[in-house]
Design a protein around this ligand. Structure first.
Ligand SMILES: [Zn+2]
Length: 234
């Protein structure tokens, strides 16, 4: 992997008592240069950053050391915790709109290598804690988008993906309230957003072919399978 140091002034100390246990993936929505300019701008009113920016050709830009907090997620929630910048690593992937533009092969190959390195350095990042910005900030954020290859990453051991057959309608279906089940997996409560927003967020990640916010049988079956995979970890 080709790596270049591109230091950003936008970072803070990690809290003393918190292990890094979340890996958050984003798309930049802007070309490489503009993205780096914003993420390294120490004079903006709302300063932002990320640990890494990954160019379309796979060149990795290292902005913030992993033992410092970068400011990449903002208001966020996962598995009962909020303000996830403190305990997460953020990777910004250059893509102008992940719903419309595919991620180039070289970029994803570099991303997989980077994620393997990060996961090896931070064993507390369990598979379900590899998330998209859209998972931890439903409605407010849609990145990394419908074209992000989550299944490819999961095949490489990065994050979770429903098992083959999970989407069949005769698969084990989800019992009970969908909001409660989404929260068991990690999604936020319906506060400031609706359950439909959170279902849409789940679909964006795990069933990108139809994102309508309706907890239909297929959506429920996929969620049941994922909960089964995490088992007692829930
Ligand atoms: Zn983002």
């Amino acid at each position: 992997m080709n790596v270049v140091d591109w230091p950003s002034p936008n970072h803070a100390p990690r809290p003393a008592d918190a292990a890094v246990d979340v890996l958050a993936l984003h798309y930049t929505e802007l070309p490489l240069k503009e993205s780096l300019d914003i993420l390294c701008d120490g004079a903006r009113e709302h300063r932002v950053s990320a640990h890494y920016v990954l160019a379309e050709d796979g060149l990795l830009h290292r902005l913030v050391p992993e033992d410092r907090v970068a400011w990449h997620v903002g208001r966020s929630h996962w598995r009962g915790r909020e303000a996830l910048n403190a305990t997460s690593i953020g990777v910004e992937i250059v893509n102008l709109h992940g719903d419309r533009h595919d991620y180039p092969r070289a970029q994803i190959a570099a991303l997989i290598e980077l994620c393997h390195d990060i996961l090896a350095r931070h064993p507390a990042i369990v598979p379900r804690n590899v998330v998209g910005h859209s998972d931890i900030a439903p409605k407010r954020r849609i990145d990394p988008g419908l074209r992000f290859p989550w299944a490819r990453l999961a095949l490489s051991g990065i994050g979770l993906w429903p098992r083959p057959g999970a989407a069949r309608l005769d698969a084990a279906s989800l019992e009970g309230d969908v909001q409660a089940a989404l929260e068991r997996f990690g999604y936020p409560p319906a506060v400031g957003v609706t359950t439909a927003d959170i279902v849409a967020s789940f679909q964006r990640r795990f069933r990108p072919s139809r994102v309508d916010g309706i907890a239909d049988p297929q959506t429920r079956a996929l969620l049941a399978d994922l909960l089964d995979q995490v088992g007692s970890e829930a």
